[in-house]
Design a protein around this ligand. Structure first.
Ligand SMILES: Cc1cc2nc3c(=O)[nH]c(=O)nc-3n(C[C@H](O)[C@H](O)[C@H](O)COP(=O)(O)OP(=O)(O)OC[C@H]3O[C@@H](n4cnc5c(N)ncnc54)[C@H](O)[C@@H]3O)c2cc1C
Length: 294
């Protein structure tokens, strides 16, 4: 990618060195794959005085197992996450990574960049919300703190200047999970709507998150609890088609509510585009649950 300005670029070899470089240059901005950041630079929206490149930090480019969880490095690319060995571990995250843009973007774009950009259309975000993943954030002096991904996306927690996302802690559920995305066009594209759905047999739970229809992924908690109560967790985990359809509609109505009544008490109709979005979410949620249970 080309840039309009020449910046000083530092390439630290460890997370702590990267945090120290940011502390030494408060005007510097971290860059991982650069797919979001350089697009902003090239569009003239951002002119960072200096860049701290994260591409040489090997400790955040892999993953390891820890207490029933996977600790994923923030520098994992979408292409790496999409490969079959990773898909066997966290299938919904692999499916989201495979859907995140065209190949050149997936080769460069990272998990940490997807989270830090926090775009409504970030494909990994609903999956991380449904999995109730947490972030390990690296700060000055080797400090580490852990926050739920959903808190960062909701603005309840922020990255302080000089902090970096180091790792993402994801529970390994050893159960079916799905990610489905509608783009409104053929081929790769940003999500019009997406649904991540995971089964959690140990907690007899269904967790679902809807992406792209709001600034952050939405969890339809009542719909999750309702459908989990219908499933025979000790027997065949199947549901009749009517229950799958009802779940889809429950999820869609929770995430895209009816229009507020007009002052005269009459019910406003949702505009056609919103009705279409609601139908799309309902179909995605129905299919996602059907696939997870099949
Ligand atoms: C043509 C195109 C198509 C795309 N399609 C999709 C798509 O379909 N789905 C999708 O989800 N995304 C898509 N994207 C967006 C983008 O590719 C992803 O969000 C990607 O994951 C960003 O990662 P990156 O490593 O390139 O981030 P960068 O561009 O390097 O950084 C993005 C932001 O995150 C910050 N950052 C990066 N790493 C860290 C870290 N470890 N800690 C703290 N802050 C950090 C940077 O300072 C910057 O503010 C697309 C982008 C383009 C240009």
């Amino acid at each position: 990618m080309t840039t309009h300005a020449t910046q000083a670029v530092t390439l630290p070899g460890s997370l702590n060195e990267a945090v120290a470089a940011l502390a030494a240059m408060p005007a510097a901005v971290p860059v991982a794959g650069g797919t979001d950041l350089m697009a902003s630079v090239n569009a003239g929206l951002l002119r960072p005085a200096a860049l701290v490149g994260l591409g040489r930090i090997s400790e955040i480019r892999g993953w390891q197992y820890q207490d029933g969880h996977a600790l994923l490095g923030a520098g994992l690319t979408h292409a790496r996450i999409g490969r079959p060995d990773f898909a066997a571990l966290i299938p919904a995250l692999a499916a989201a990574a495979r859907a995140a843009g065209p190949p050149q973007i997936r080769n460069a774009g990272t998990l940490g960049g997807n989270i830090a950009s926090a775009a409504a259309t970030g494909d990994t975000l609903p999956v991380l919300a449904a999995l109730e993943a947490t972030l390990v954030i690296a700060g000055p002096g080797g400090a580490r703190r852990e926050v739920p991904v959903s808190h960062l996306l909701a603005g309840m927690e922020m990255l302080s200047p000089g902090e970096l996302i180091g790792f993402v802690r994801v529970p390994l559920l050893h159960a079916p999970q799905t990610f489905l995305k509608a783009t409104g066009r053929t081929g790769p594209g940003r999500a019009l709507a997406s649904v991540a759905l995971v089964l959690d047999p140990a907690r007899r739970g269904v967790r679902c998150a809807v992406g792209a229809v709001a600034p952050m992924p939405l969890r339809p908690l009542e719909a999750e609890q309702w459908v989990a109560s219908l499933i025979d967790w000790d027997g065949e985990r199947t549901l009749v088609p009517e229950a799958l359809t009802a779940f889809g509609e429950y999820v869609a109505a929770a995430c895209i509510p009816d229009a507020a009544p007009a002052p005269d008490g009459t019910q406003e109709q949702l505009p056609p585009a919103v009705l279409h979005l609601r139908r799309t979410v309902a179909a995605l949620a129905r299919r996602a649950l059907g696939r997870a249970l099949s």
